[in-house]
Design a protein. Structure first.
Ligand code: HEC
Ligand code: HEC
Length: 237
């Protein structure tokens, strides 16, 4: 009897304890720790080299066959979010994300063998990035619930997302901030979650901060808004 009473009290204490605990007190997940140990601003030697190479978009279109099976024709990606849209992304962002994946600091096991050193050379990566940054895959991206976009715009500005990704979601090439305009809704959802938990790996520490406490309902609004921005990828080119 005493044992059961003790067990009940201990269970109650556990429940109350976890209900009262600040979510920030829970031990960080392994991925979160691994991601936090990466020095975001430090460019890998490969990135420094590939940024200086001149890419040839015609050769890049050819070599892109290594990537097409997943990222589809013209870098359109898939609306279900499994593969991101790459067309119209800044060359610098593409180069950083590919070389970070090769260096194992952006965690992307699915793609790693296809982007590895034995699969594509740095010149080929430079060519592919030139091709993709100029490619246009059309406006048929996945967009989520349109009714959420107005609230999403407010949040995007309030949380400081616009400070880096731009008011039109155009990003910033020189600073390696990606275009988020016209990206697939489901991919945006997945990335915000992966950035929050550290599962993506290398993520700007200020962005990790601005996503702290953002719920999945907030993310739906943000993703609906970003997926509907299309200026950079359409009218401005
Ligand atoms: C087996 C499927 C697969 C292949 C082949 C593949 N990728 Fe990927 N790629 C992915 C996945 C999945 C992601 C998104 C990972 C995530 O969720 O973070 C991705 C992400 C990327 C990103 C980052 C996009 C962003 O918005 O951050 C770039 C750039 C990229 N791939 C380029 C390439 C290039 C170039 C090739 C060919 C050399 C290639 N990929 C081949 C699956 C693939
Ligand atoms: C300090 C600048 C900064 C801020 C603030 C910021 N981001 Fe980012 N964001 C980045 C960078 C840089 C990347 C590319 C990954 C990396 O290196 O962190 C990125 C990547 C992303 C991606 C993945 C895009 C892709 O193509 O894979 C999404 C989605 C995103 N950010 C959404 C947001 C949202 C939503 C906010 C606001 C809550 C936000 N970001 C705030 C800099 C920022």
């Amino acid at each position: 009897m005493l044992g059961i009473r003790f067990f009940a009290a201990a269970a109650l204490a556990l429940v109350c304890g976890s209900a009262l605990a600040d979510p920030g007190d829970s031990p960080p997940a392994k991925t979160e720790q691994a991601a936090a140990n990466i020095d975001w601003g430090k460019q890998t030697a490969e990135l420094v080299t590939v940024l200086k190479l001149k890419g040839n978009p015609a050769d890049g279109r050819e070599t892109y066959r290594h990537c097409r099976g997943c990222h589809r024709g013209e870098g359109a990606g898939l609306t279900d979010g499994t593969y991101p849209r790459l067309s119209g992304q800044h060359r610098e962002v593409l180069l950083k994300q590919i070389t970070d994946t090769r260096a194992g600091i952006r965690f992307n096991p699915k793609m790693e063998p296809f982007a590895a050193r034995h699969a594509v050379s740095l010149q080929e990566i430079a060519d592919i990035a030139s091709f993709l940054s100029e490619a246009f895959a059309g406006e048929t991206n996945g967009q989520g619930d349109g009714a959420l976009a107005v609230q999403g715009e407010k949040r995007y500005k309030q949380l400081g997302c616009a400070d880096c990704h731009g008011l039109r979601g155009e990003g910033n090439a020189a600073k390696f901030y990606p275009v988020v305009a016209g990206q697939h809704y489901q991919y945006l959802m997945a990335e915000m979650q992966h950035i929050q938990t550290g599962q993506r790996g290398n993520s700007h520490p200020d962005m990790v901060k601005s996503l702290r406490g953002v719920t999945s309902a907030d993310m739906k609004e943000l993703a609906s808004y970003m997926s509907r921005l299309s200026d950079h990828r359409t009218s401005s080119r």
